[in-house]
Design a protein around this ligand. Sequence first.
Ligand SMILES: Nc1nc2c(ncn2[C@@H]2O[C@H](COP(=O)(O)OP(=O)(O)OP(=O)(O)O)[C@@H](O)[C@H]2O)c(=O)[nH]1
Ligand SMILES: [Mg+2]
Length: 295
Amino acid sequence: MKTGFVGIVGRPNVGKSTLMNAMLGEKVAITADKPQTTRNTIRGIYTSMEGEGVQMVFIDTPGIHKPHSKLGSYMTDSAVNTLKEVDVVLFLSDSDIDKGPGDKYIINILKDIKTPKIAVINKIDKMSPEEFKKIYDSYEDMKIFDGVYGTSALEGKNVENLIQGIEGYLEEGPMYFPEDMVTDHPERFIVSEIIREKILTYLDDEVPHGVAVEIESFKEEKNLTRIGAVIYCERKSHKGIIIGREGKKLKGIGKSARLEIEALLGCKVFLELWVKVKENWRDSDIALSNFGYKD
Ligand SMILES: Nc1nc2c(ncn2[C@@H]2O[C@H](COP(=O)(O)OP(=O)(O)OP(=O)(O)O)[C@@H](O)[C@H]2O)c(=O)[nH]1
Ligand SMILES: [Mg+2]
């Protein structure tokens, strides 16, 4: 069996988490049309028992960016550190490399790494063939990458092809996880991420970036799971925005999170949400550690 760890890195918002979910055929990582959605490395396991069999353990990482808080440093560090522990690196971008310093910064790090590297140009559904070809050629010309692929993670285009391409760089190895396991993160963590995703979807930029979700209680009863979660935000004014007029915003967040958690757990869920203020938690070592953003 061919097995190995595959790291997915790139700037924020290029579609890393969407691509991992597309490769898995299941949603493991949350996604949003805002940068810095992913905060921890998220593991997703792809197993196929066809032929000799293959198992890829994907590691989706936070977008690499110039950090402005201790949380930001943790995020960028955990992405860069992932590069040291994987067998294949997928570098994702969604545009021409000339457009910003972000891609160049990451490619400079990758240049010196011996691990096989694949460049993935994502969001091809938004590009003309000419535009795609120009970007494709620029990656080929760099001579840093062992392969270059174009994908639409959103539409699932060329994703199967990419999986086959990755397989070519894996070696014979042990099966790390059981065949039917798609992630090794505990349900509690996935639940807190789903709540955070709904906050990202329902609220404007500034507020969700300062939000952390902590699961306070998780009780499985006969036909029902009772979950209590606290949404921490950085300012009193943000608390008001999250709750909304007559509590409408929070109700909407709670309802859409509950529906997704019910689908995940396969049972009815009673979800209770509280909003609390913890000023500047993104720069507090203790808070970061409590929220799981520190090793
Ligand atoms: N049009 C289009 N949009 C895409 C594609 N892939 C991802 N997106 C969208 O791009 C946005 C960002 O996707 P994510 O998967 O959250 O991006 P990410 O790279 O994981 O972002 P961070 O976790 O913040 O680093 C979302 O709105 C996705 O729906 C694609 O192939 N085509
Ligand atoms: Mg992500």
